[in-house]
Structure formats: structure tokens, C-alpha cells
Design a binder for this molecule. Structure first.
Ligand code: TRP
Length: 477
């Protein structure tokens, strides 16, 4: 039945549109908020080195594995995996890999939208700040010149204490995401990516030049590129780096399967996957080179973790010339990146409902949009009213996790790597070799056997070990 149903989804208008949409999915809060936070918390250079290895040896090969499942099937993640399994005479239970991915994506979306809501909130405060500096004839003032550093740092805890504000910004972001997905692959997702991604790059380059000119660039370079090998080989650092690679490349969740399904037969997937992985990593490092010079120049420390972007950075912009304008530009850039990622998260389940239950795209997106908004409320409340809830206390490593950390940890540390592991085994061992090899576009040269080796051997083994030690750190210490 699956094999004969007509393709229900359109194609991207061009290879460039596919690359922009996929880079848009990959580049997001993962690069701007999570990467600097993880690098800062895990010792800088050590983490960056392991991260780059994870992307090159595990992330990029899996990216190709995911896009080829989608392109081959031309359908939503579940149906595409099922089709390839059947054609390979394997059990269609392998499609469960896509089901895990679909659920993981939906969970990610619930808290991703909450964080994007914080970005919206800071666009609000920094826009009000710019309006004030302009009206006072001081366009190049530092950010929040009328507040003390303590008051600036208090903005984030104040926001966390206020479920109404957080719900409102989460709602606005969820509605925008739903709207874009409801408009369709070409009219919505592709249009958003082709406008927002170039604007994002221009802003990023501008802010990085600004950071290079007025921040402590040398300290940032030292911090990001001097690995401390003793530290780099700690299991938590490796586990965090792999988790970050999965998250940042939108892997393990099926987003790349979904986008691959809209790629035409002419697109060379091997090459394109390399471009996507390279662009995403470049953006993460450039974001580090934009953020850390600013943080170091005012004597702040890089290890603030998730609050780096919302607490440390605004405090740093406070004492920088032109900080008010740059702060606004930075949060707008973060919003653009977040939107092109959230639409990919929502697209997966939307495509599935459209295909499977013949729903209209608008109806499917709205239903799912309302759902993730509501589930996201648990994350909103976990910062205030439900601060003492511990939903996953029965799982090792989750004893102290509230709803927000539970969704983040469950997806990042467990579901994404698990789904990546199954994908690697499926593509490396189970799926029909001829069908798979044809899709890669790597026929000539040594790349195909190298890729085969990475997918069939390195990915499953490495991901398995990292999952194991990540969940049971006591095994190695
Ligand atoms: N990669 C995005 C980021 O870095 C987040 C994201 C989008 C994602 N789609 C995904 C993460 C699918 C995991 C799975 O912000």
C-alpha cells in the first residue's frame, strides 16, 4: 500500500532552497544558546575539539543516512523508513526508529518554543531600550544604560518567576511556527528560510566583526581553541559533545529525513550533507567568536551555562559602546535562527498526519501546534509554580530534573542518540545496499566505503558507548 501511494508532498524549488532550509533547521538556538553554554561549561577547547570530531565522524555520516531515507521514500519519516525496510525485505518494525524520532522531535519543540519565547522577551526589552536611547539622542549607548548590572542580571530570574509573560511569548512563537508550517513546504518553510537565513548570516557576521573590534578576541580564541586533553577525554565531556552534535545537526529526530523527502533526484546528497554539517559547525564556532570576546572583555566568566545568553551577554552589552543596538540585533538574529529550526521540528509530525490521515496541512499543523503549546506549559511552569515537580525521578540521572530539564535531557541524552543508533544499524546493516549506495551520490572515489564504515561501525559503537556512559557515569569513574 505504501509503495504505490502517490507522493503527496511537493519538492523544494531548487537545491539551494533545500540547503537553506536544512541549514535553517540545523542552525538554531542549538548554535547560539546551547553550543556556547556547553563549551563554556565543559572547558572550552576540549569540548570544541571533541565536538568537531563528533560532527565529522558521526554527525555528518548520519546526516547523509537520514536525508537518503527521506529522499528515497519521498514521504514522511515513518512511511519513508517503512518503505525502505520493505524494499530491503526487512521487518517494517524498523520504521519504529522514525516513530521514536517523531516523538522526540515533538518533545523538543515543546521546550524549544519556551526558550524562543525568552528570546522574544529580550527582543522586547532591548527594543524598548533602543527606543529610549534613540529618543535621548544616544544611539550608541550601552545596553540598558538606565539599569544597574544587578538589575540587568535580574531580568532572567524575574522572567522565570512570571508564568504569564513566559506563556505569552511561548504562545506567540508557537503560533508563528504553526503559521509557517501550515502555509506549506514551498509557500511557508522555503520562503521563511530564504529570507531569514541570509538575514541571519549578515547579522552574525556584523556582530562578530563588532566583537572582534571591541571585545577581547584573543581571549576568546584561546578559550575556544586550546584543548585541555585531560579534560577532553572525560566521559561527560564526550557525552555532552555528542549530544550537542545531534541536537545542532537536527539529527536523530527525523527532521533531516523529512527535508530529504522534498529533495529532487538530482540533488547529490553526499555533497549536500557535507555542506549542511560544515555550515552548521561554522555558525556554532562563529557564534562562539561573537559571544565570548564580549563576555571576556568585561571580565565575565564563560561558564554560566544556559543563562549565558540571557544573563551574561546582556550584562556585557551594558558596558560596550553601541551595546543597545547590538543587543537588539543579536536577539533578532537568534529569533530568525529559532524559527527556521522550529518549523522543521513541527514539519515531521505534520507531514505524517497529512499523509496518514489525509488531513489538510492547515488542520494538521494547527492541531499539533495547539498540542505542543499546551505541553510546553509544563516547561513554563517548571520554573515557578511547578518548580518542585520531578517527573522522571525514577530514571538514573534525572532525579533532579524538573519538566524542562526532563524534556531536554530525555530527548538530548536518550531519544536522539537512540534513534541515531537505530538509523545507523538500519542503514549500515539492514537496508538494501544497492538502494542505499545509489542514493548517496558517493559512487566515485573512496568516500563511499569510508562512509559505509563510519555508518556501520563507528556510529553504532560510539553512540552505544556514549549512551551507556552518559546514563551510567558510575561505570567509568
Ligand atoms: N538543530 C536545531 C538547533 O540547533 C534544533 C533542531 C531542529 C533539532 N530540528 C531538530 C534538534 C531535530 C533535534 C532534532 O537549534
Amino acid at each position: 500500500m505504501v509503495a504505490t501511494s502517490p507522493a503527496v508532498h511537493p519538492h523544494w524549488s531548487s537545491r539551494a532552497a533545500f540547503v537553506l532550509a536544512a541549514v535553517g533547521s540545523a542552525v538554531g538556538l542549538g548554535n547560539l544558546w546551547r553550543f556556547p553554554a556547553e563549551a563554556g561549561a565543559n572547558g572550552g577547547g576540549a569540548f570544541v575539539l571533541i565536538y568537531i570530531l563528533c560532527v565529522a565522524l558521526i554527525g555528518a555520516p548520519l546526516l547523509l543516512a537520514e536525508t537518503l531515507i527521506g529522499r528515497h521514500g519521498q514521504r514522511s519519516t515513518v512511511e519513508s523508513a517503512m518503505l525502505l525496510a520493505r524494499q530491503s525485505k526487512a521487518s517494517s518494525a524498523w520504521a519504529s526508529l522514525a516513530a521514536i524520532g517523531m516523538v522526540a522531535n515533538y518533545f523538543i519543540l515543546t521546550f524549544y518554543s519556551v526558550v524562543a519565547g525568552w528570546v522574544l522577551y529580550f527582543i522586547g526589552t532591548s527594543a524598548a531600550d533602543v527606543a529610549r536611547t534613540l529618543s535621548e539622542g544616544q544611539p550608541f549607548a550601552g545596553a540598558y544604560a538606565n539599569l544597574t548590572v544587578e538589575q540587568i542580571r535580574a531580568q532572567m530570574p524575574d522572567l522565570f518567576a512570571d508564568p504569564v509573560k513566559m506563556t505569552l511569548t511561548h504562545f506567540i512563537f508557537a503560533a508563528a511556527t504553526t503559521f509557517i508550517v501550515a502555509r506549506g513546504v514551498k509557500g511557508g518553510i522555503e520562503v521563511a528560510a530564504t529570507w531569514l537565513m541570509p538575514a541571519f548570516f549578515v547579522l552574525l557576521v556584523g556582530i562578530t566583526i563588532y566583537a572582534g573590534l571591541s571585545g577581547d578576541f584573543a581571549a576568546a580564541v584561546r578559550f575556544l581553541f586550546t584543548p585541555d586533553f585531560e579534560r577532553a577525554l572525560q566521559p561527560q565531556v564526550v557525552n555532552s559533545a555528542l549530544g550537542q552534535a545531534f541536537f545542532s545537526l537536527s539529527l536523530g529526530g527525523g527532521a533531516m529525513v523529512a527535508y530529504g523527502a522534498y529533495a529532487s533526484r538530482e540533488t547529490n546528497l553526499g555533497q549536500t550533507s557535507g555542506v549542511i554539517a560544515g555550515a552548521d559547525t561554522a555558525v556554532a564556532i562563529i557564534a562562539g567568536l561573537a559571544i565570548f570576546p564580549i563576555v571576556f572583555s568585561v571580565g565575565l566568566t564563560p561558564d554560566a551555562g544556559p543563562t549565558l545568553m540571557f544573563q551574561t551577554l546582556p550584562a556585557a552589552f551594558h558596558s560596550m559602546p553601541g551595546g543597545a543596538l547590538v543587543a537588539l540585533a543579536f536577539f533578532v538574529l537568534a529569533l530568525f535562527a529559532a524559527l527556521t529550526s522550529s518549523v522543521s521540528l513541527l514539519e515531521i509530525a505534520t507531514a505524517y498526519l497529512v499523509e496518514r490521515f489525509n488531513m489538510s496541512r492547515a488542520a494538521a499543523a494547527s492541531l499539533l501546534g495547539a498540542g505542543f503549546f499546551l505541553i510546553g506549559l509544563a516547561s513554563v511552569l517548571s520554573f515557578n509554580v511547578w518548580a518542585d515537580h520531578r517527573p522522571l525521578a525514577f530514571l538514573p540521572g534525572f532525579q533532579n530534573a524538573g519538566w524542562f530539564d526532563a524534556f531536554d535531557g530525555l530527548t538530548g541524552r536518550l531519544l536522539l542518540p537512540l534513534s541515531g543508533l537505530i538509523t545507523a544499524v538500519f542503514i549500515g546493516w539492514v537496508a538494501d545496499r544497492r538502494l542505499v549506495d545509489e542514493e548517496t551520490g558517493l559512487q566515485k572515489g573512496p568516500l563511499l566505503p569510508l562512509w559505509r564504515f563510519l555508518v556501520a561501525w563507528l556510529c553504532p559503537v560510539a553512540v552505544f558507548l556514549i549512551l551507556l556512559f552518559g546514563l551510567f557515569p558510575q561505570l567509568v569513574s
